[in-house]
Design a protein around this ligand. Structure first.
Ligand SMILES: Cc1cc2nc3c(=O)[nH]c(=O)nc-3n(C[C@H](O)[C@H](O)[C@H](O)COP(=O)(O)OP(=O)(O)OC[C@H]3O[C@@H](n4cnc5c(N)ncnc54)[C@H](O)[C@@H]3O)c2cc1C
Length: 451
């Protein structure tokens, strides 16, 4: 299997990338941010805007975008709450309405920022594969109306198949606001913006130890007033005490060869939306700017005990099931080859939205746990973390997502056993069975398991 830098379509086709130097020796800074993904890079950019004179440093163990930020599907949603219905369950209606507004403003700001990132503001299609999914589409329209969000629209079978041609579709839901982009181009755009403001980035610099006021790396150390942990699914490697609040999971994706003219005619997809189907373990898919199909699965894997490293970057089992599900969706496309395949780590929480906090005399600040919905949310998280680090006021700091912590996960070995039990139960629901007692109990407690 190829290393992820070559097997991930975005990383392998990255252009004009010049690696930053690695840290050597001792450096003093005002703020040091650990992790060069979206969270860390946005935080650095916003910190520098809040305090132009501050010395802000980002430290990345590999290359910027090496984690989930460079490996995701690039389907960006206009919401920052996983789903508006879930936000009402967890935070109440007024807060859900507030989150919805923040999400919409965020995506508009991001669109203005992300020129040259292949950003297409297409909206999203949620696909119904069975009648219960259609009920869910109607429910989502009602929820959107309750929160005063316009533009949600249920599509019948003909309308849905006119958009994207699959015999499996029985209808769908158009969700406005979101779109698709090239995630690694967004990473590079943020790096270039923050660098032009004077943020210092060190790549190939693994942080080995965090203390109050100091991080220690392989070949040097940085003293800083505040440290921001922006390491998402990798966070427990440095702060194991946070494992209660999240679980690291792996998602897998394939990317095809560019479609031929005949294949494009056969599939339609003229509006190029990002798609997800409405099963618990769903497929998500989109077209790339050169008309390849990115085909992913949310059937996320937990590798006990909380393993996150390069050995999880590929799963033959997932690649096989992805190829099979693709054939079922699009039998009329003939043999489509998928030369790219990879996995990446996400951090999931029981409420499927991120959490934030402070440790070590409030000098170490963290924010993580976006599940598979981080492209938009990490930008808001960057603002939150920048304000927390700089001790500056912001409306965002009063969000329940920031003030309240998610319900904890059990530790190992119960964690692994619970994940297996919940996964099997959810697979049965996707196969048509009713939710069992375990799922009903989790549902009553508002606990989710999904990417
Ligand atoms: C396969 C997949 C598909 C996804 N699809 C979507 C999607 O379509 N839409 C969506 O909105 N979201 C999606 N997501 C989720 C989204 O990509 C993430 O939520 C988001 O990128 C998280 O960004 P981050 O910066 O917090 O974490 P990351 O991007 O993981 O960044 C953390 C960084 O920290 C670095 N690091 C770790 N340990 C250390 C250390 N000790 N020292 C220094 N650096 C360290 C890592 O190398 C990494 O670069 C997907 C994720 C995956 C994996």
């Amino acid at each position: 299997m190829l290393p992820v830098e070559q097997s991930c379509y975005w990383l392998a086709t990255r252009q004009n990338y010049t690696p930053a130097a690695s840290l050597s020796g001792q450096v003093d800074a005002d703020y040091v941010i650990v992790g060069g993904g979206f969270t860390g890079l946005w935080t650095a950019l916003f910190l520098k805007q809040l305090e132009p004179q501050a010395h802000v440093v980002v430290v990345e163990s590999s290359v910027s975008g090496y984690g989930a930020s460079g490996r995701n599907a690039g389907i960006i949603s206009s919401s920052i709450d996983h789903s508006h219905a879930l936000a009402i369950t967890h935070f109440g209606k007024p807060e859900a309405e507030r989150l919805a507004k923040i999400g919409l403003q965020n995506i508009s700001e991001l669109e203005n920022f992300a020129d040259n990132c292949d950003f297409e503001r297409t909206g999203q299609l949620q696909v119904a594969l069975k009648p219960a999914h259609l009920d869910y589409c109607h429910h989502n329209v009602e929820v959107a109306e309750q929160l005063n969000i316009a533009g949600y629209r249920v599509l019948g079978q003909d309308e849905m198949q006119a958009e994207v041609n699959s015999p499996l579709y029985i209808g769908g839901l158009f969700v406005p606001g979101g779109g698709v982009l090239n995630p690694i181009k967004l990473v590079d755009k943020i790096v270039s913006s923050m660098s032009s403001l004077g943020v210092q980035l060190y790549e190939k610099t693994r942080v080995l130890k965090i203390e109050d006021g100091r991080i220690t790396c392989e070949n040097g150390s940085i003293n800083a007033r505040k440290i921001v942990m922006a390491t998402d699914a990798y966070t427990h490697h440095l702060l194991p005490q946070l494992l209660w609040r999240f679980i690291p999971l792996y998602d897998y994706i394939l990317v095809s060869d560019p479609l031929s003219a005949e294949q494009k005619d056969a599939i339609r997809w003229h509006h190029r939306q990002g798609l997800v189907d409405l099963r618990t373990f769903f497929n998500y898919y989109r077209l790339t700017s050169d008309d390849r199909i990115l085909w992913g699965t949310s059937e996320a894997v937990y590798y006990p005990p909380n393993k996150v490293d390069a050995s999880c970057d590929h799963s033959e089992h997932h690649y096989t099931t992805l190829r099979e599900s693709f054939k079922k969706h699009f039998p009329h496309l003939g043999n489509v080859d998928f030369p790219y395949g990879w996995g990446g780590p996400i951090a999931s929480t029981t409420r499927l939205t991120p959490f934030f906090g402070k440790l070590m005399n409030d000098n170490v600040i963290y924010g993580l746990g976006y599940t598979g919905h981080g492209i938009g949310t990490t930008r808001v998280a960057g603002k939150i973390l920048a304000h927390m680090a700089a001790s500056k006021d912001s409306d965002l700091l009063s969000l329940k997502m920031v003030t309240d912590k998610p319900f904890p996960y059990p530790p190992e070995p119960i964690r692994g056993m619970s994940v297996n039990a919940v996964t099997h139960s959810l697979q049965k629901v996707d196969a048509g069975e009713n939710p069992n007692i375990l799922l009903k109990m989790l549902d009553m407690m508002g606990i989710g398991f999904s990417s």
